[in-house]
Design a protein around this ligand. Sequence first.
Ligand SMILES: Cc1cc2nc3c(=O)[nH]c(=O)nc-3n(C[C@H](O)[C@H](O)[C@H](O)COP(=O)(O)OP(=O)(O)OC[C@H]3O[C@@H](n4cnc5c(N)ncnc54)[C@H](O)[C@@H]3O)c2cc1C
Length: 368
Amino acid sequence: MRKDLCIVGAGPAGLLTALHVKERDITLIEEHQKIGIPKHCAGLVGLETKKIIEKELSPRLIDHEYNEIEFNILGVGKHAFHFKEPVVFHVKRPLLEWKLFDKVSSQIEFLSKVKAKPGETPTEIHSKNYEIKCQDVVASDGVLSLFRERYFKAKPCYLIGFQGLFETNYIIDKRIIVTYINHNDLLFHWIIPFDENLVLSGYMSRKTLPKSINEKLLALNGLKPKGVAEFFGGLIPCSHPLKIPVFANHLFFFGDSIPLVKPYTGGGLYYIFKLAPELARTLDKNDPRGYVEAYLSQSYFKLKAEHFMTKFFSRTRYWLPVPILEFIEKIGLFRRDDYDKHYKLLFKTLPFMPFLPSYLFWLRKRLA
Ligand SMILES: Cc1cc2nc3c(=O)[nH]c(=O)nc-3n(C[C@H](O)[C@H](O)[C@H](O)COP(=O)(O)OP(=O)(O)OC[C@H]3O[C@@H](n4cnc5c(N)ncnc54)[C@H](O)[C@@H]3O)c2cc1C
């Protein structure tokens, strides 16, 4: 079978590519029968991503907004950042994927329940029932990308993200809480309130932990879960981003297969929304340079910087320089759009780093 443009994976990355490409015949290949499976994401985005979602898709996809972020380093202290206007937004997933699919479904060929595997060459795809020869392939097949493994010989590195929707006692409903733990396999925990009695409580860890851990983590924040409505989760990539996200000029990587995930929070939607129009333009023009240039200028070095910072802090058993951020907020440098652009926090905290060794020494003594 011969095809023009094959997109493997109908997650946000694959669907957004399909939305923006105008001049090609698209075949979208998805291993599940339905879009949005498995549901895994917490759905937090910053101001810029929220604006793009509202403009390109629908304002109704954003269902909650938050004015406050509380950072809590267990055993050390916490600090809440207050903003006059909302800084973090919750996007409904998998409604995002359904909306995107709705927009593209009449213009594409959709092959569901087809697990695509790399073929003999970068533009060939194998599956149980199909042998497809494509002009171009977009590998938006997520964190366990078979295409990344085959062509970059890279085993996927990932962390576990698992969360539950709990009924609880009262919580400030405009504040999200991030608790850095970094103890054994548990790295950090988040609480996202949906109303005064309903919260999404999740954690990032190195391995799967018992379900009851979420309840213990809620208790650390003074919350008593009364019941759980739903459990869900998935894998958060922690590999280094590909230097060049294109192989042999015709195989394009996009989304978690690169991965475009900010290691501070596991947020993957920001760069997907930013880069999708560039990738689409490149595919329409049949020239990979535009996408590579946009990727290098908009995301690669920022993602690398965040990787470096996250590794450094996690090795020293310490994640965010909360006191430094606190100081930065006091002098007005922590801005509303920094949630989408974590690398900016890195650059803003760097001038204060000379004080860090003595702080880390003090911190270690407190945590010991
Ligand atoms: C617990 C958790 C919390 C998160 N929270 C946030 C958050 O708050 N904010 C944020 O911005 N991001 C968050 N993320 C990250 C975000 O969900 C991902 O970055 C985003 O979904 C990546 O989109 P994608 O399309 O690249 O991959 P995916 O969403 O994984 O989609 C890949 C698609 O490809 C399909 N597929 C895979 N392999 C094949 C194959 N061989 N053949 C055919 N189809 C295939 C899959 O079925 C899937 O539909 C979170 C992730 C997790 C796990």
